[in-house]
Design a protein around this ligand. Structure first.
Ligand code: NDP
Length: 328
């Protein structure tokens, strides 16, 4: 008999997500599988900032939405024999019977790299950095790139791709430890702890001629200030806005429209889900970069399925360096 543990969204998040919004439940799964079904056991699960918006994806009472790397424990589907590892959208649960093949796919080609990377640098966040930065910011050698949330899953990859493209990288993160990693191990050019930096002054000092590419993970006031420091014909990728996700009031600016106008900036919103058909392109190049040492990665691993909520809440407190993952 297999007992599945599941985290259920008991109440839509209001403001900051809190422990009482999600509840741990158990469910006994059927002993026998129907034709085409597989029984999966979660090995690695991901927590991501977008989960703050699960109300757009699921209803109260549903299993929390999310991806996992799972092992096939039992199979009635020749495509996914017992022992195969799959990437699936089973949500926050330890075991699941998958009957709909569109819920799972094979892991990307990752050589000897850890399987958890399919949820990080080789998966959705890594591909967000790859396509968001390259396609929306269109970086050129010698240009100045600013990335915030720079020690996170997406931001740390963006900064490294910018270095590969021979750009100068200005990065912002929220702790001294994160800044040291970005500066000393990833070789970013100027790194600041945004919590104790005058952003306006810092940018006037390190980028007096302006910023060419801005990859925005944070939004809010930070972005209003950065836009004033953009160079003419600068490109901005609006990837995330984490500083506003838990806010219960709609941010009202001030927005520097005059800079957008006079510098003819290109500001583009980005959604990774428009690029899923092209993941293989990005994953191939990312794997080469990792294997050749051009791209490094870090993961903050939380042990135990029971601790998924604290790993998730930690994203909004800056607890993770690199990708936040949970080991089931
Ligand atoms: P991260 O790994 O970067 O984790 C979140 C980090 O955000 C925290 O560690 C924290 O780092 C920082 N943070 C939290 N609150 C604030 C705040 N108020 N102000 C500034 N920084 C804050 O997450 P991801 O790399 O997975 O995601 C980064 C961004 O990209 C998010 O905004 C996310 O929503 C977005 N995203 C967008 C996608 C798309 O398709 N558009 C796809 C994937 C992600 P610190 O210590 O530096 O504060």
């Amino acid at each position: 008999m297999v007992i599945a543990k599941k985290w259920i969204l008991s109440k839509y998040f209001e403001g900051k997500p809190k422990p009482s919004d999600i509840q741990l439940k158990t469910e006994e799964l059927p002993e026998t599988l129907n034709d085409g079904e597989i029984l999966c056991e979660a090995v690695w699960l991901t927590v991501d900032p977008y989960m703050r918006f699960v109300h757009r994806l699921i209803k109260e009472g549903d299993v929390m939405f999310g991806s996992q790397v799972a092992r096939v424990l039992k199979s009635n589907n020749s495509k996914y024999p017992e022992g195969t590892y799959v990437l699936g959208k089973m949500g926050w649960c330890t075991h699941s019977i998958v009957s709909n093949e569109s819920q799972v796919k094979k892991l990307p080609e990752m050589g000897d790299l850890p399987l958890s990377l399919a949820l990080g640098i080789m998966g959705m966040p890594g591909m967000t950095a790859y396509f968001g930065f390259l396609e929306k910011c269109e970086p050129k050698a010698g240009e100045i790139v600013l990335v915030n949330g720079a020690a996170g899953a997406v931001g740390s990859a963006v900064g490294q791709i910018a270095k590969i493209k021979e750009c100068k990288v200005i990065a912002f993160a929220g702790t001294a430890e994160k800044c040291t990693w970005l500066k000393e191990e990833l070789g970013f050019d100027h790194v600041f702890n945004y919590k104790c930096t005058d952003l306006d002054k810092a940018l006037s000092t390190v980028a007096p001629k302006g910023i060419d590419c801005y990859f925005d993970n944070v939004g809010g006031d930070f972005t209003s200030t950065v836009l004033k420091h953009m160079n003419s014909l600068g490109r901005v990728c609006i990837c995330g806005s984490i500083s506003t996700y838990n806010s219960q009031v709609t941010p009202t600016g001030p927005y520097p429209f005059i800079d957008i106008l006079t510098k003819a900036l290109t500001i583009k919103g980005f959604l990774i889900y428009s690029y899923t058909d092209r993941f293989h392109e990005g994953q191939k190049e990312m794997l080469e970069w990792i294997q050749s040492g051009l791209v490094k990665y870090k993961e903050t691993m939380t042990e135990g399925f029971e601790n998924m909520p604290s790993a998730f809440f930690g994203l909004f407190e800056g607890h993770n360096i690199g990708k936040a993952v949970v080991k089931a």
